[in-house]
Ligand binder design. Sequence first.
Ligand code: KG4
Ligand code: ZN
Length: 348
Amino acid sequence: MQTDLPQGWTILALETSCDETAAAVIRDGRRLISNEVASQMHLHERYGGVVPEVASREHILSMTPVIEAALAPLPGGWSEINAVACTQGPGLAGALLTGVNAAKGLAWAHGLPLVAVNHLEAHIYANWIYPPDVEPAEHPDPLFPLVCLVVSGGHTALVLLRDHGDYRLLGQTRDDAAGEAFDKAARIMGLGYPGGPRVEQIARGVDPKGVRVPRAWLGDSYDFSFSGVKTHVLHAMAEYKAVGAADEQYPARLAAAFQEAVVDVLVSKTVRAAAETGARCVLLAGGVAANTPLRETLIARSPVPVRYPPIRLCTDNAAMVGAAAYFRYRQGLQSDWSLGITPGLKLV
Ligand code: KG4
Ligand code: ZN
């Protein structure tokens, strides 16, 4: 069932699945009114990854100011909001709980519908969003059927969308997610956290010059495996240190070769999936979609147009939750007051 929602239909969305406390206001499922993100990255950096207990506490502290900031651009405040959305999973249990409970309380108090979405679905829907100064005609919706490569810190999946909410999982990682591989490789190379942007930065413009990182193709499967590239970086760095670490350029060349290997596998499988499924476009989604070599290589090799969100909508945010919730609600899907969290929630 698909109901037409009145024009100007506005949603307040919350996102707390990992280490960003985020709130956003989205109009008509696509127009970005506000997008507030309180990052906790500085708190987790010294541990080299996200500490769940610290994340939950920070979400509670940041939630109210972030929501207030997201509502600030609305002259009518809450009277302009038609629904409240949140992330149900996948993610860290304690972190998800803070967002789901806040959304429930707000929806109940303001007599509004509650719409919970899947975090991966939300990443995909970041591709529907346009900024306030762009006219809808300048940003047409992606065309179905489409193939979306979802690459984040926790997930790597190749998904076929035949329509809104109609997902078919073509392949996924069998071990580490692509973002996780970037984070682990960066940690091994002493580059800090989060690894993706650090690896991209030191590899920028660097020729690997003979440094090669092997790819895991897994035959004809659309599945991925990134634990091997990570182990390769571990051994390569150990060897480099064992011989005195004399060549100062080597870590940058290794980072470039690592990035090239990850991008090559991601792009090759996505391009083949697009051709084999007759997709009309290819979408990138998730934190790793911020990676410039990934974007550029995909554009160069894809048989159909490629789209990806602006960087601030690739990494975790609530605007994407609002966009996904709009299309769910339009299909008649709504959460009830018994809504709980699902840390291991699957897309399909
Ligand atoms: O989607 P996201 O913000 O959080 C999850 O849902 O996991 O993704 C975070 C991941 C991290 O692993 C981070 O290292 C990676 O996205 N990332 C990047 C880049 N920016 C963020 N990976 C490669 N290149 C980047 N520029
Ligand atoms: Zn995410």
